[in-house]
Design a protein around this ligand. Structure first.
Ligand code: PNS
Length: 165
């Protein structure tokens, strides 16, 4: 397709939150094809397997026809080259995100000059939200249903049956 723009939205998505879904929806509105790319080998001990995160992301983006879910191992720029995508989308919630994101964007562009990172500002209602906070709420027995899509909440209940509905 001439002038077709493919972008990658990479992350850990452990688990996907309403903030991620907001970014995916808005990102999908800006490009022809959005690849949501799950990092496979994070040093962090994940709560959900890549297969579980793939299933959840497929379920919550089923209404977005130009969104594809994929996963990658190794460098993001190598995955971007493999998928022939030059645009990376990342969300910024607060000033605290800026420094890390700036470093990642500059490193990625230095390793692969055609890589351009585009930042979307998180919607105000999600500017405090992170997967880490969701996991903390859940493991401490709190109610996270306001912060994640229902398909994710169902899986959190399976992992932590004592959590609040
Ligand atoms: O959701 P996260 O954990 O903030 O996502 C971070 C992610 C996956 C985008 C980042 O860790 C990444 O791209 N990792 C792949 C390895 C890589 O390319 N590192 C060099 C870029 S600094």
């Amino acid at each position: 397709m001439p002038n077709s723009l493919t972008a990658i939205y990479p992350g850990s998505f452990d688990p996907p939150t309403n903030g991620h879904l907001d970014l995916i929806t808005r990102g999908a509105g800006l490009v022809n094809h959005l690849i949501v790319a799950i990092l496979q080998n994070s040093q962090k001990q994940p709560l959900f397997t890549v297969a579980e995160r793939t299933e959840m992301l497929k379920e919550i983006t089923a209404n977005l026809p130009n969104v594809e879910i994929d996963s990658f191992d190794g460098l993001l720029v190598d995955f971007a080259a493999h998928r022939q995508a030059n645009t990376i989308i990342r969300g910024i919630r607060a000033v605290s995100d800026y420094e890390t994101e700036l470093h990642m964007a500059l490193l990625n562009r230095s390793m692969r000059p055609e890589t351009e990172t585009v930042f979307l500002m998180a919607s105000a209602e999600y500017s405090f939200l992170s997967s880490r906070m969701v996991k903390e709420i859940i493991t401490l027995g709190g109610d996270a249903s306001k912060f994640v899509p229902p398909a994710v909440m169902r899986r959190l209940h399976i992992k932590f049956p004592s959590t609040k509905e």
